[in-house]
Design a protein around this ligand. Structure first.
Ligand SMILES: C[S@@+](CC[C@H](N)C(=O)[O-])C[C@H]1O[C@@H](n2cnc3c(N)ncnc32)[C@H](O)[C@@H]1O
Length: 200
């Protein structure tokens, strides 16, 4: 087991969110980033490898599985930020073991229970856990995965503090969905949710 709590008090972030690492470093916050995918971690390492006066936050990137955070002690993290895959809507690898982006919605949601449980375990009391999550559509009908994930985090013990809607337009896949939305008569999904939970 790696003892990192004394060194890396501060933000913990599952699933690479590179901008948050940069911000943490600039704001002198120490951050632990965990991702299952080597390529994602390499990309993040490149982005945080910069010098800036006064930017002394330490960024500790680690290959790991958000379902098993054995290297982090109970009640030791000040803030969790996570942006999980949206099941297999976008697959981030072809066959990485443990990659949740390879799972169909039902299996993905089952595994998110472990992510929520581990997140709850490592977070300090009275601190926050932010989860960015989106929905999808199958055969023309909405699959509200984000609300399923929200409930999973609540069932793990978190209290829902805020629901923030993040609009998004002109994404990589928008063209594909736009064509189909006209053809099959449905609205485009142009938002995702940032759920903010509190451990009390
Ligand atoms: C939606 S992406 C996050 C992208 C992020 N917003 C960014 O800008 O880099 C989801 C990430 O979850 C990672 N992931 C998939 N399964 C995981 C697991 N079991 N544990 C930790 N990370 C995982 C993927 O490799 C991918 O990098």
């Amino acid at each position: 087991m790696v003892e990192i709590n004394n060194l890396f008090e501060g933000v913990y972030c599952i699933d690479n969110i590179v901008r948050w690492y940069v911000e943490a470093k600039l704001l002198n916050r120490n951050i632990i980033g965990v991702d299952i995918n080597d390529t994602a971690l390499e990309r993040c390492k490149e982005k945080v490898d910069f010098e800036h006066e006064g930017a002394n936050g330490r960024v500790y990137l680690r290959k790991g599985d958000a379902r098993h955070l054995d290297f982090i002690s109970n009640d030791s993290i000040d803030l969790i930020c996570t942006h999980p895959p949206y099941a297999n809507i976008i697959s981030y690898s072809e066959n990485t073991e443990g990659d949740l982006s390879l799972l169909k919605v039902k299996d993905f949601l089952a595994e998110m229970k472990s992510v929520a449980k581990e997140s709850y375990r490592v977070l300090k009391k009275n601190k926050f856990c932010a989860v960015l999550m989106g929905d999808t559509r199958q055969k023309g009908f909405m699959i509200p995965m984000s609300f399923d994930v929200m409930k999973i985090f609540q069932e793990a013990g978190f209290k829902l503090k805020e629901v923030i809607i993040k609009e998004q337009h002109n994404c990589k896949a928008t063209g594909y969905w736009k064509t189909n939305s006209v053809k099959y008569n449905f609205l485009l999904i142009a938002h995702e949710y940032l759920f903010v939970f509190k451990k009390i």
